[in-house]
Ligand binder design. Structure first.
Ligand code: NAD
Length: 293
């Protein structure tokens, strides 16, 4: 059975590492938060003292960290993965971050005889818990096939989408669409309701019309209509981070993403107003407030 070093046991990683343990993989975990480590030890994993120690003797190292700088530090700092891992080890980074960071770190990994896949996920904490995540994998196809069993322990829909960085690119495209769609829903519904339309009637009609979307079906009934954003399915600050990655990439590639830029500013406004840790659909509160409702 493959030996796995798992680093980053937060809202997503905790469930993902747990599912690997349940499927019988030998999992050694590390996180800065000792409580998160202990919860995995209780579930049958081994604890490591550092990122390097988690990577030692591992066939595969998985990282699920907040953002680019955390992933780079975990890989390249003293006592990091690169120090602990033996040549031939495969690193699967499942953090949502910039495709440029994946390419940069993969090149450093290659110099040390390590293999690298970027494999961000979609499906939220519920998907992580149920093992039903969508996983978008960039890197060599053959390497992907070698670790497919590991990915299948965490996800249900698993795609090899291209070379290194393309996993993160596909995720970025998804996040742009999520953010723009959430703002479009917010503006359209706030205007409609202010004009006197009943929100439930609006939802029922849009659900069977061309304007329908996944977010309309999930965010309106579960968060917006009850007005309860406290338990985030996906936190607003995470979406803001993801749209920020898209803005950086667009600047680098000289692609004008005007609509996305406006959406980024509105997410920033919502974050400053205190909604950062709430569900991303709470951005509608900014639209409501500027509409005076
Ligand atoms: P999180 O903040 O809950 O967890 C991150 C974990 O990394 C924490 O436990 C933290 O202690 C640990 N960590 C940070 N720096 C570390 C270091 N140097 N060494 C060891 N551990 C370290 O984040 P999350 O919600 O689990 O998200 C992880 C990634 O998955 C993010 O990139 C996010 O954008 C992406 N994602 C999240 C969701 C979601 O619904 N939460 C959905 C899809 C994708």
């Amino acid at each position: 059975m493959k030996k796995i070093g798992f680093i980053g046991l937060g809202a997503m990683g905790n469930h993902m590492a747990r599912n690997l343990t349940k499927k019988g993989f030998a999992v050694t975990v590390y996180d800065l938060n000792p409580e998160a480590v202990q919860s995995l030890v209780n579930a049958g994993a081994k604890a490591a003292e550092s990122c390097a120690a988690a990577a030692q003797n591992a066939d595969i190292v998985i990282t699920v960290l907040p953002a680019d700088r955390h992933m780079k530090a975990v890989m390249m700092n003293d006592n990091g993965v690169f120090q602990g891992a033996s040549p031939g080890t495969t690193i699967i980074d499942m953090t949502t971050l910039s495709p440029h960071t994946s390419i940069e770190v993969a090149a450093e990994a290659q110099k040390r005889g390590l293999f690298f896949l970027d494999a961000p996920v979609s499906g939220g904490t519920i998907g992580a818990e149920k093992g039903t995540l969508t996983i978008m994998v960039g890197g060599e196809k053959q390497l992907f096939e070698q670790v497919r069993d590991v990915l299948e322990a965490m996800g249900k829909t698993i795609y090899h989408v291209g070379g290194i960085g393309i996993g993160e690119t596909v995720k970025m495209v998804n996040q742009i669409l999520v953010a723009c769609n959430m703002l479009a829903i917010s503006e359209a519904f706030v205007l409609g309701v202010k004009l006197g339309a009943d929100p439930d009637t609006l939802l029922n009609v849009i659900k069977v019309s061309a304007g329908n979307s996944f977010l309309i079906e999930h965010r309106l009934p579960n968060y917006v209509f009850p007005g309860d954003f406290e338990q985030p399915g996906f936190a607003l600050d995470l979406l803001r981070k993801d749209v920020g990655i898209a803005m950086d990439s667009a600047r680098e590639e000289k692609v004008a993403i005007s609509l996305t830029s406006i959406v980024y500013q509105m997410l920033t406004q919502a974050s400053s107003a205190g909604f950062g840790n709430m569900d991303m659909s709470s951005v509608i509160k900014v639209v409501e407030s500027s509409a005076g409702v």
